[in-house]
Design a protein around this ligand. Structure first.
Ligand SMILES: [Zn+2]
Ligand SMILES: [Zn+2]
Length: 549
């Protein structure tokens, strides 16, 4: 049940598969002893089914700045578990909660105009751009709409609104009535113990609207008496207004401390599964406290945790304040959504990095899994399953490398798909989905413009410019170019042309590097460029012939 670590690693289950291979008239039975790696989402689904038939997968994001791809980790991973459960015939409830009842503690970079709102519940900060109901909506609405592009559509809730419509009142009441027991549990994990009479409810000051500044003094049934006083938050000192007031917990104008709130939500939504970052799951981390509170105070068997390692971006911690951050929307401009899902569906207990400059490597890995999925090559079940779980629609074959798409996007600047299709045929690519190709061409173009290496970025130079460059080439270089031009009359594939270029340089007695230099110089005016043979075939043949002759 809930107390074992979900997703800790793949299970190695050995099963026997009988493979029927029909060779002529003889039917061979080959017994293959194959070790199948179960995917963590399937392991979680199996564990959940042992618990029962009704499931709720909870995910959420704390909203203190623009939500980034790291913030989408749990909802993207939770969706894989949803899928795995549905494949097994159980339709879980899949929810996402914005943690907007938290106090605004630190001003994100670029949001300095919000400095007066330190200490307020994030939910109560206005949208300074005026386009949404409040600050949180301004951030959450694009996040959720980007998430839909990833095929992920959880039921969504605002943590604050859950309180204010009284949904969590029964749990608030239970928590306050059992505060002594809760303090004992919390203190087992705290360095500075809470006082015995700690009241687990943060009121929002009725006078100034802040939440960080209120301190509960006493409680009586549903009423909490508080005082609003100066306090420190990580972003600086927050002034209290001095107001003394009474907070009626039935109105939900406040919040439970995080570890209690988490357990209260589990009870309220009957959560059975929770993907969570490793930082919550370390010894003494909030998950372990919430788990005890859930069981002992709320009488709810805690959810199965699916614990994952965080990932870094470009080798460093994702950080809005340092500007090392991208949003789901940014991702969608440079890469397919399925590829990020594929990345997140890798083994959970390993710290990984997304390097935006190296995105083509990740895409190559995804493309390889696609080949395995479509039985075009042998490979592991793990790769195939990751690919399958990452799909949004019916999978369609592409198998045109991302970097080649980046080259094509520049070789055919108007992105005319008919031309691009034809040139891919010269490369030996035929069996691809046109819609996917069109999307990848656009993404590769954007990626290359923003993150591509120098050699992948080029512009085809004008005839006059090329003519001037030609004058500086030596006789051997010019002869080689002519010979390549002659080859273009034949229907050569990229690998064959590549071979011919080397043969030509040998025949003429020119260093291959000097020949490649000549090729790039007359085409793009630079000494280096994308792989020559493949590059030539992305261009119009007549154009290359004229230029080389
Ligand atoms: Zn707005
Ligand atoms: Zn106040």
């Amino acid at each position: 049940m809930g107390n074992s670590l979900g997703g800790s690693s793949y299970h190695h289950t050995t099963i026997n598969i009988v493979d029927f291979k029909n060779k002529g008239s003889q039917l061979n039975f080959i017994l293959i002893n194959q070790s199948i790696n179960m995917h963590w989402a399937d392991i979680a689904a199996e564990k959940l089914i042992k618990r029962g038939g009704k499931h709720v997968i909870e995910t959420g994001t704390s909203i203190s700045g623009i939500p980034h791809i790291g913030n989408a980790s749990d909802v993207i991973r939770g969706d894989a578990i949803r899928k795995a459960l549905e494949e097994k015939g159980i339709k879980p409830r899949f929810i996402w909660i914005s943690d907007d009842s938290d106090p605004f503690r630190k001003i994100p970079r670029g949001m300095e105009s919000l400095k007066d709102y330190l200490g307020y519940p994030v939910h109560d900060i206005p949208d300074l751009d005026g386009c949404h109901e409040n600050f949180v909506e301004h951030l959450v609405e694009p996040f959720l709409s980007d998430l839909r592009e990833f095929g992920i559509e959880p039921e969504t809730f605002s943590g604050t609104e859950l309180y204010r419509k009284g949904a969590l009142y029964p749990e608030i009441k239970t928590a306050i009535e059992n505060s002594e027991e809760i303090v004992k549990i919390l203190n087992r994990f705290r360095r500075d113990p809470l006082p015995k009479d700690f009241i687990p409810w943060s009121s929002i000051c009725e006078n100034c609207g802040r939440i960080s500044t209120t301190r509960a003094i006493e409680w009586d049934g549903n009423i909490i008496r508080y005082v609003c006083e100066d306090t420190e938050v990580s972003g600086g000192r927050v002034k209290g207004c001095g107001f003394k007031g009474e907070n009626d917990t039935r109105k939900g104008y406040g919040k439970l401390p995080w570890r209690i709130e988490w357990a209260a939500r589990w009870k309220h939504f009957q959560v059975t599964c929770e993907p969570l970052g490793k930082e919550h799951a370390t010894a003494g981390g909030s998950f372990w406290t919430s788990k005890i509170i859930s069981r002992k105070i709320f009488g709810w068997e805690p959810p199965l945790p699916v614990i994952y390692e965080f990932f870094t971006l470009n080798g460093e911690k994702i950080s809005s304040s340092k500007g090392n951050v991208i949003t789901l929307g940014d991702w969608l401009k440079i890469c397919e959504p399925e590829v990020l899902k594929f990345f997140m569906y890798k083994r959970l207990q390993k710290q990984r990095d997304i390097n935006l400059r190296a995105i083509p490597n990740l895409i190559d890995e995804y493309d390889e899994a696609e080949k395995i999925y479509f039985n075009l090559m042998e490979g592991t079940y793990a790769a195939k399953r990751k690919y399958e779980l990452a799909q949004i629609d019916e999978p369609r074959l592409l198998q045109v490398p991302f970097t080649l798409c980046a080259v094509l996007a520049q070789a055919v600047p108007d992105l005319n798909m008919k031309k691009i299709e034809k040139r891919l045929k010269w490369h030996g690519y035929g069996n691809f989905d046109l819609k996917r190709l069109e999307r990848r061409i656009k993404l590769a173009k954007n990626w290359n413009e923003n993150y591509g290496p120098e050699y992948l970025r080029f512009r085809i130079i004008e005839d006059s410019e090329a003519a001037k460059i030609r004058e500086k080439l030596n006789k051997k270089q010019i002869l080689c170019l002519r010979k390549i031009a002659d080859e273009l009359d034949r229907e050569l594939k990229a690998t064959e042309l590549h071979k011919r270029i080397y043969e030509i340089s040998r025949e003429v007695g020119l260093e291959p590097s000097r020949l490649f230099e000549a090729i790039y110089l007359v085409l793009i005016g630079k000494r280096r460029g994308p792989k020559a043979a493949s590059f030539i075939l992305t261009l119009d043949k007549r154009f290359v012939r004229d230029r080389f002759r």
